[in-house]
Ligand binder design. Structure first.
Ligand SMILES: Nc1ncnc2c1ncn2[C@@H]1O[C@H](COP(=O)(O)OP(=O)(O)OP(=O)(O)O)[C@@H](O)[C@H]1O
Length: 365
């Protein structure tokens, strides 16, 4: 980009965004394969990956340890060479780039890392300036662009500080500034928040989202945490043993996870049955018991409490609720206890699915 990083909502922002969009930032994988060969043998890290990442989106790649996430991410800037298939950036097959073409590609693709990869003997300003120095940019322009980029990531006044005096979150901000100073079209994030505490993670993810909106740049991130995907991604792909097993908009993958690997990755986010209820739940009803119904929302319907009460046709108690909004869709589940005379079978029309999970003695509450 030729214009300066700008403030959200300003005319300069709109110009910066449209310029980034015009310049592209798409990534296509076509039948990509990667086999590592060493004296210890062969490891197939990626198999037949075909995938299109659109300009300006935040795209998540998730999978368990060893699934092949890093291998895939690193083929985008040719830190890793595929064994088969192709990677295209804005339609161009990057396998054909010569040395100078590769240098140009890496200027268009910034990268940030889990452990920040900062030079400890250099100040924040020197760290951020490094890619411009290497590119031979004039001294005055370097100073101006470094200042603008430090302001963009919220590090005004920290230019002369050494990395050892910064918090983890501040170090990652330096990493982000260094990646952005060359005004790339694509930002690769390699487990960028995995070394950070939950609060700092949220602040870095918020910054990435903000940068994506302001500059219109494509962000591709890898993570093993579904909470990161939920926080900022537009679309996600799940990889398992080197293959794509699930792909789609985030709300859809969270709402209807189809593959066992996705379900396992989502498990830490599920609270399960409230403990007190789990202890009291019975398989068969005794006189006076409430019927406990689980209503699941997969993003196609919004919980309608009035409709719920009307459909049930009797007393309804809310026992627990874990419904969140992802990309404007209601995802999660509600547990209700239905009293005598209520019709559990009528609740199927209220949620995306409904099922009786047992019975409880309501007088125990
Ligand atoms: N340089 C290498 N030489 C040999 N095998 C490798 C090499 N790099 C990765 N692998 C293997 O390739 C497979 C995929 O590794 P990769 O690092 O891409 O997975 P990952 O999903 O990023 O894992 P993690 O989350 O643990 O970093 C693993 O079995 C790994 O052991």
């Amino acid at each position: 980009m030729t214009s300066a990083p700008a403030i959200a909502g300003s005319p300069a922002r709109a110009a910066a965004t449209s310029e980034a969009r015009r310049k592209g930032g798409t990534v296509s994988f076509e039948g990509l394969g990667k086999v590592y060969r060493s004296s210890a043998g062969e490891v197939t890290a990626l198999r037949d990956i075909s995938l299109d990442i659109r300009a300006g989106e935040i795209f998540g790649i998730i999978g368990r340890s060893g699934a092949g996430k890093s291998s895939l991410l690193r083929t985008i800037n040719r830190l890793e060479q595929p064994t088969s298939g192709r990677v295209r950036i804005d339609g161009e097959d990057i396998a054909g780039l010569d040395e100078s073409g590769l240098v140009g590609l890496r200027r268009r693709i910034g990268m940030i890392f889990q452990h920040f990869n900062l030079l400890s003997a250099k100040t924040v300003r020197e760290n951020v300036a490094l890619p411009l120095r290497v590119a031979g940019v004039a001294r005055d322009e370097i100073a101006q662009r470094v200042d603008q980029t430090l302001a963009l990531v919220g590090l005004e006044g920290k230019g002369d500080t050494y990395p050892s005096r910064l918090s983890g979150g501040q170090k990652q901000r330096v990493g982000i500034a260094r990646a952005l100073v060359s005004r790339p079209e694509i930002l690769l994030c390699d487990e960028a928040t995995s070394a950070l505490d939950p609060e700092t993670t949220v602040s870095i993810l918020t910054l990435l989202k903000d940068i994506n909106r302001r500059l219109g740049l494509t962000i591709v991130l890898i993570t093993h945490e579904m909470s990161v995907i939920r926080e900022i991604c537009d679309r996600v792909v799940v990889i398992e043993k080197g293959e794509i097993v699930e792909e789609g908009p985030v709300w859809q993958v969270f709402g209807t996870p189809r593959h066992a690997a996705t379900q396992a990755l989502l498990q830490p986010l599920e609270n399960g049955l409230p403990e007190d209820l789990a202890h009291r739940l019975r398989d068969t009803a005794r006189p006076g018991d409430e019927t406990v119904v689980e209503l699941r929302f997969a993003g196609h319907r919004t919980p309608d409490l009035t409709g719920l009460a009307a459909a049930a046709g009797g007393t309804v108690r809310l026992l627990s609720s874990q419904v969140e909004r992802i990309q404007g869709h209601a995802i999660g589940q509600i547990l209700v206890g239905l009293g005598a005379g209520a019709r559990p079978e009528a609740l199927g029309q209220i949620a995306d699915s409904a099922r009786v999970i047992g019975y409880v003695d309501a007088t125990d509450d």
